[in-house]
Design a protein around this ligand. Structure first.
Ligand code: SAM
Ligand code: SF4
Length: 331
């Protein structure tokens, strides 16, 4: 197993399959984009598969594909199909901005993917355009409709909440969760973009949103087994059999959950990161490409996890931003 010096066990791996994106979310990327990686710098699918197999052999049970925009990576369904075959993997999921779901959703679902997180920061077209610097709300909504037409698919919406921008939409998102039986997760704004104008004053604590929503809709907390970064709530009046409508609050800044963190990350250029805010990485791609054996790769993974940081320092004066943005880490 991959256990760190504080006894935390890594169970979830996020794999970034590309650093490129067709959006330019203000909190994530500058308007002109970033210096994209060359094709040979990206891990090939065989390399991703080999590392994923080793991670799963060490107790990782959940893999999330992300980026950049993962649906921009060519032949993503091929990778999905390969990873779905990994013995020991319990869940494969994707986080996407949703724009390519109308074309690719059915193929991904046919390949076995059933868990989709779709980012959606505003339900107002102009505001949405301001957030992502693209006119694309209709496309994302069309993508969500495609997902909703599959009974077996689980949809979660990721909403990054920023003070003075969209905190007034919490109720509209709660209403949407109820109407469409989706899970909506409110994520606190984190200092991870290159020009994101982040400041504590722009973080809306999840507790504040929860209170706002509870004044209108009575909620009941969902008991979770294992580590979950989201405090989850369902609607008290939801009498449906599956109770899929849910609200989650990922309060990474106001209520850090680092003490129970079970995540690690693999960047699209093959660097292992033990925290979103890590200042160091482990070069698995270099090792792979210089002919490392499985045992040598496992050793590198173990050493990296051992050194996992106790927690992020966002609320401490000595906090240093990581050199990479969220898009290049794989959020
Ligand atoms: N492009 C895909 C998307 O947007 O869903 C996947 C990659 S994106 C980096 C993953 C998630 O990180 C998204 O839900 C996005 O909203 C979130 N994110 C990006 N920058 C963030 C920030 N500074 N603070 C909080 N969440 C952020
Ligand atoms: Fe692209 Fe996702 Fe970053 Fe937005 S948050 S710019 S969609 S990678």
């Amino acid at each position: 197993m991959l256990v760190d010096r504080f006894g935390r066990i890594a169970r979830k791996l996020r794999i970034s399959v590309t650093d490129r994106c067709n959006f330019r979310c203000t909190y994530c990327m500058p308007e002109e984009g970033l210096n994209w990686l060359g094709r040979d710098q990206l891990l090939a699918y065989e390399e991703i598969y080999r590392l994923a197999r080793l991670f799963v052999s060490q107790g990782i049970h959940t893999i999330r594909l992300t980026g950049g925009e993962p649906l921009l990576r060519r032949d993503l369904p091929v990778l999905v199909e390969q990873l779905m075959g990994l013995e020991g993997l319990r869940q494969l999921a994707v986080t996407t901005n949703g724009t390519r779901l109308p074309e690719l959703g059915p193929e991904l679902i046919a390949a076995g993917l059933t868990s989709f997180n779709v980012s959606l920061d505003s339900l107002d077209p102009q505001r949405f355009e301001k957030a992502v610097r693209r006119k694309a709300l209709a496309k994302v909504m069309a993508g969500l409709d495609v997902l909703a037409s599959y009974e077996q698919v689980k949809v979660k919406l990721n909403v990054v909440v920023m003070r003075g921008f969209n905190e007034d939409e919490a109720l509209s998102f709660a209403k949407l969760a109820r109407e469409r039986a989706w899970s909506v997760r409110f994520i606190e704004f984190m200092p991870l973009g290159s020009e994101d104008e982040w400041g504590h004053s722009r973080v809306v604590p999840g507790a504040e949103l929860l209170k706002q929503i509870q004044q209108v809709y009575p909620l009941v907390q969902v008991e979770t087994a294992g580590a979950s970064p989201a405090a989850r709530w369902r609607f008290a009046d939801d009498t449906s059999a599956q109770q899929k409508a849910e609200l989650g609050f990922i309060n990474s800044v106001s209520e850090p959950f680092c003490h129970s963190c079970d995540r690690i990350r693999l960047t699209s250029d093959g660097q292992l990161r033990t925290c979103l805010f890590s200042l160091t990485e482990t070069d698995l791609r270099g090792a792979l490409r210089s002919g490392a054996s499985d045992e040598q790769l496992l050793h590198l993974m173990q050493v990296a996890i051992q050194a996992k940081e106790a927690g992020h320092l966002i609320n401490q004066p000595q906090f240093e931003r990581p050199l990479r943005t969220m898009s290049s880490i794989g959020g």
